[in-house]
Design a protein around this ligand. Structure first.
Ligand SMILES: NC(=O)c1ccc[n+]([C@@H]2O[C@H](COP(=O)([O-])OP(=O)(O)OC[C@H]3O[C@@H](n4cnc5c(N)ncnc54)[C@H](OP(=O)(O)O)[C@@H]3O)[C@@H](O)[C@H]2O)c1
Length: 319
């Protein structure tokens, strides 16, 4: 059974949907089980696993709960700019939270899938970052997420850390929804054109996560060892690279095509320095996906293909 932490968030709710669709048993928690509080996490784990049945009595009619074998952590402090003025809160959610979760996962013998970010890199690169490239975050959010990765690596071995970037999904505030609303109400918008990265549809990322679980659970034993995806850090975004300006142009193009944008709007490119934010953003944050593509034997759709599917979906509902 899977324990999905952060199941009400943008990525978490998509994973929840896909776990159900794939008939994978799961239980979820969000704010009500605070990841910064280890005893709340332990209490939840023990009330939802076989450990709950510690009476020593034979329970005839009651179904003994299935063991939690996977923990997925999607809970995090994700407000990149706000984290600059709330570093302690960001640290407790993004670094102490993952440490607490890793501890509990290890105690109950479960494997952990934890979500991290391209912001662990400084963005000075010119070619896609690999999993082995050194971490060098430039802001509070990236620093705390990098620390969260370190805590997990120190605490346990049965983990997958998946770094993603520029995420959007059906259930949550994101760039695609924000720009769709803006272009439906304004005559012009200015969008940064000197930061490069790759948009990621939560549907595709959730599919990869479900595949990790499914392929590991079904992996055959070879020479006494399960031939599942090796544990460690992986990168997952859609394929290709773009800027926020080009991304916005595609949102406009598909929005016009599928009727989610109903008026004309001029999209103007601008520089990062013209649009000051509290947190510094990496200039280049394209991630190499070779490791996960080879390990899971998957093809990842281009960011344009996934964006088009997202915008034309009946689930598209700007928040
Ligand atoms: N969004 C992106 O562009 C992006 C890019 C790269 C990586 N990531 C990573 O991807 C993961 C998922 O991101 P997301 O955008 O889906 O996040 P999200 O929508 O903000 O979801 C996070 C969930 O965690 C909950 N939460 C907050 N504090 C908690 C606590 N103390 N205990 C338990 N749950 C708590 C949140 O509740 P509230 O809503 O009530 O706060 C929310 O439901 C995160 O690890 C993030 O760092 C995101």
């Amino acid at each position: 059974m899977v324990w999905l932490i952060g199941d009400k968030g943008m990525l978490g709710s998509e994973i929840a949907r896909q776990l159900t669709e794939n008939k994978i048993q799961w239980i979820g928690s969000d704010r009500e089980v605070d990841i910064t509080n280890s005893s709340e996490l332990r209490k939840f784990a023990s009330s939802h696993g076989p450990a709950a049945n510690t009476t020593g009595l034979t329970v005839r009619k009651r179904k003994v709960p299935e063991k939690i074998t996977w923990v997925i952590n999607c809970a995090a402090y994700t407000a990149v700019d706000k984290s600059e003025s709330e570093p302690d809160l960001a640290e407790s959610l993004n670094a102490e939270g993952p440490l607490n979760i890793a501890r509990v996962a290890r105690e109950i013998g479960a494997k952990l899938i934890h979500i991290s970010t391209d912001y662990v890199f400084n963005g000075n690169g010119k070619v896609p970052y690999t999993e082995e490239d050194p971490k060098d975050p430039i802001g509070v959010y990236g620093k705390t997420k990098a620390e969260g990765e370190r805590q997990i690596e120190k605490e346990m071995t049965l983990y997958y850390i998946i770094r993603t970037a520029w995420l959007y999904g059906f259930d949550g505030k994101n760039f695609v929804y924000t720009m769709t609303k803006a272009m439906n109400t304004r005559d012009s918008v200015k969008v940064v054109n000197d930061q490069k990265g790759t948009p990621t549809c939560a549907v595709d990322l959730a599919e990869a996560i479900v595949k990790i679980i499914d392929s590991s659970d079904k992996a055959p034993f070879l020479f006494g060892k399960k031939s599942a995806l090796p544990y460690g850090i992986y990168h997952f975004t859609n394929q290709g690279e773009t800027t926020w300006f080009e991304f916005c142009n595609k949102i406009y193009e598909y929005g016009k095509k599928y009727g989610t944008i109903t008026k004309d709007c001029v999209i103007e490119p601008c520089l990062t320095e013209d649009y000051p934010t509290d947190a510094k953003r990496p200039q280049y944050s394209v991630l190499s996906k070779d490791k996960i593509k080879m390990g899971l034997k998957i093809k990842i759709p281009s960011w344009e293909e996934s964006l088009e599917k997202f915008i034309k979906s009946p689930r598209f509902e700007p928040k």
